[in-house]
Design a protein around this ligand. Structure first.
Ligand SMILES: [Zn+2]
Length: 374
């Protein structure tokens, strides 16, 4: 059966005549503004118990989402469920807003105001900043030692979409530091375990779990739409690949690395600031030959150390998303846990850098040999 679609202005007219308008997007999407007078109920919740929101199956129902796709799918499900007069708003809330129809902000959104109240009280973040975080997308490579704490805090902070890639499964030896995972989830793919932990903390988020190793073949697809990229993988081939992709795509890369009792972090933002800020290759143009590379699986690491470095990465990611403060770009921060000391070195952009030098054409990706499992 063909589903009726109506323009936003027609929906507005019908709304005035008594039609019920239902916004079926997720709460965090509705927080950015919804068609005035619409009832907000996420698609899944609505379809689970439509009678709770729409008791009268003969009433005229109009469905609206972000761009018109979800509302159309929802309309078809409601017709199957016995509703007789259902239509979908063409172009969704985007078209509604573009047509200058009135928007309302769910100020009474209790989750938003409660959950983020400590952010909302900071004038530097506030409601606009929090909504910006909710609209943001951060790509995190690795759900291990660094990726775990980084992702956990980014989810808590309300970064709306987290894309996480990892091809490993949870092992018992991970649990000493990879805090997204639990004893019960040993053997489960890390991305699934991560997704479970992150959504348990903040159910309104979107967590995209990619159970793949990132290579030259999928790196650009994975980084698509990311506002900030977090390197939580702590392995050399990945670090070079992410660096090169981020330079090419003009995305800030938040770097972290750990070994034994020492860690380091920086932000590489050369793609957006050619010749001004460095990339990772300005620091280390090529990886060492495999026989000289550290063998990470043999080296120990103090369990709390990735927590410190991963949270420095999360901090930088949030600052970058909000445009707050001074990013750790052009500076390498080293941490010595035993001495409890931070040291900072300046990292200049290398005018001869093979990847980020101004005017340099992109040399293409290199998949270096995997030295060890991150
Ligand atoms: Zn460079």
């Amino acid at each position: 059966m063909a589903i009726e679609t109506v323009s936003p202005s027609e929906a507005r007219r019908r709304q005035h005549r008594g039609a019920v308008l239902v916004d079926v997007r997720e709460a965090h999407e509705r927080a950015g503004g919804m068609a005035e007078g619409a009832l907000g109920t996420a698609l899944d919740a609505l379809l689970e118990a439509p009678g709770g929101v729409l008791p009268d199956r003969d009433a005229e129902v109009l469905l609206i989402c972000e761009g018109g796709k979800r509302s159309l799918a929802c309309a078809s499900r409601l017709l199957e469920a016995g509703y007789r007069r259902v239509a979908s708003v063409e172009g969704g809330t985007r078209a509604w807003a573009a047509g200058d129809l009135p928007l309302a902000y769910p100020a009474g959104d209790p989750d938003f105001h409660d959950r983020y109240s400590r952010h909302l009280r900071l004038p530097e973040v506030g409601e606009a900043g929090q909504r910006r975080l909710l609209d943001s997308r951060v790509a995190i490579v690795g759900a291990g030692g660094l990726g775990s704490p980084a992702a956990y805090y980014l989810a808590a902070a309300g970064v709306g979409t987290l894309a996480i890639a990892d091809d490993d499964v949870v092992e018992r030896s991970n649990l000493q530091r990879q805090i997204l995972h639990t004893d019960e989830r040993i053997g489960v793919p890390k991305v699934d375990s991560a997704r479970q932990a992150l959504l348990a903390l903040n159910p309104g988020l979107r967590v995209e779990a990619l159970r793949e190793r990132i290579t030259s073949a999928n790196v650009e697809h994975f980084l698509e739409g990311a506002d900030v990229v977090v390197d939580g993988g702590d392995n050399l081939p990945m670090r070079y690949l992410l660096n090169d992709a981020c330079v090419k795509l003009g995305k800030p890369l938040v770097y972290g690395a750990i070994d034994r009792f020492n860690g380091q972090a920086s932000v590489f933002d050369a793609g957006r600031h050619r010749g001004v800020l460095p990339c990772y290759r300005c620091l280390f143009p090529e990886p060492p030959p495999p026989e000289f590379a550290p063998n990470c699986s043999d080296n120990g690491v103090l369990g709390v150390l990735p927590g410190v470095i991963g949270l420095l990465q999360a901090t930088e990611a949030v600052k970058l998303l909000l445009g707050l403060g001074e990013p750790l770009a052009g500076r390498l921060l080293r941490f010595d846990a035993l001495a409890m000391r931070f040291r900072e070195t300046r990292v200049p952009a290398d005018p001869g850098c093979p990847v980020c030098a101004p005017g340099r054409t992109f040399p293409g990706y290199i998949d270096y040999e995997q030295f060890c499992a991150g």
